[in-house]
Design a protein. Structure first.
Length: 104
């Protein structure tokens, strides 16, 4: 699971950089670097088997999925918001499944 979060974080980092190059958007660059860096830290926590890593990645992915879904609903363009929304949803579901359940 940490490898998936690592790949997702790199995708978010590169996506912010590409958004800046294509449109000149500083918001894309700043948000991509911030979210991607935080996801890298969360992936590191997951590699070190820290519980906060998984929960941090889950929260960040939930926020990003909400943002990308909102952008897709506003623009109705699949690239990039729709694709990133779907990728975020898949990562979110995988993270949610990876959280250990307490036996009752």
């Amino acid at each position: 699971m940490p490898l998936i979060v690592l790949i997702y974080s790199i995708l978010v980092l590169v996506g912010g950089w590409i958004g800046h190059l294509k449109t000149g958007s500083m918001a894309s660059l700043i948000s991509g670097l911030t979210a991607g860096s935080l996801l890298l830290v969360a992936a590191g926590g997951m590699f070190w088997k820290r519980r906060w890593g998984t929960y941090s990645a889950l929260l960040l992915t939930l926020i990003l999925d909400g943002f990308f879904t909102y952008r897709f609903l506003i623009t109705h363009k699949f690239m990039p918001a729709g694709l990133l929304s779907l990728i975020s949803l898949v990562v979110l579901l995988l993270l949610a499944r990876s959280i250990p359940r307490k036996k009752v």
